[in-house]
Design a protein around this ligand. Structure first.
Ligand code: ADP
Length: 179
């Protein structure tokens, strides 16, 4: 039987416990899961962490799972899915407000690649409120995010905001992100 491989794409800027839960559950359902970190050069300035930093944090957190791989990708998600010969795109669904966007993206992806299924996992209620933008905002104001992200991400946030504050960088990266 062929390998059932799925791609879980996202910005993961940064990864939090909601993302980790979805990746872990997907890895129980599929033989192999690629956690794919979207690297959009046009958005490079609007993200907090570089794609290399995001990949490194996810690798530190999910690297112990033998059937999970972390990779950056550029361009269309369906092109990456085809490139790695996966059969499905994984998405997490939090609250009702996610639904419209996810529904639209799933239909667009179906139009582009009818052979690829979009599989949606309902968020765990413990993580329903979690989003990367909330995490970034709390961390930028010096708040404690230790219940929302793993220690490696928490430490990276502290270091990143220390560096930004020292360099006098404004937190303008939040504005253009939708999560
Ligand atoms: P994007 O940039 O595509 O919105 P994100 O990095 O914000 O990507 O999220 C990647 C995926 O994880 C999306 O499907 C998103 O709905 C899902 N997700 C985000 N936060 C949570 C959460 N708290 N629980 C479950 N799934 C989540």
């Amino acid at each position: 039987m062929s390998v059932r491989r799925a791609v879980y794409p996202g910005s993961f800027d940064p990864a939090h416990y909601g993302h980790i839960d979805i990746a872990t559950r997907a890895a129980r359902v599929f033989d192999e899961v690629f956690v794919a970190v979207y690297a959009n050069p046009a958005k490079a300035k609007s993200v907090l962490f570089s794609v290399e930093e995001r990949v490194a944090m996810l690798s530190a957190v999910l690297g112990h799972m033998p059937n999970v791989q972390i990779a950056p990708y550029y361009g269309l998600t369906v092109d990456f899915v085809r490139q790695v010969e996966a059969m499905a795109i994984i998405r997490g669904l939090r609250v009702f407000s996610d639904f419209e966007l996810e529904f639209r993206m799933a239909l667009a992806n179906r139009r582009l690649a009818p052979e690829i299924e979009v599989v949606t996992f309902i968020a765990d209620e413990r993580h329903l409120h979690l989003s990367s933008s909330t995490v970034r905002e709390i961390a930028s104001l010096g708040g404690d995010v230790s219940t929302m992200v793993p220690p490696v991400v928490s430490a990276a946030l502290v270091a990143k905001f220390k560096e930004r504050h020292q360099n006098g960088v404004e937190s303008d990266y939040m504005i253009s992100l939708h999560d």
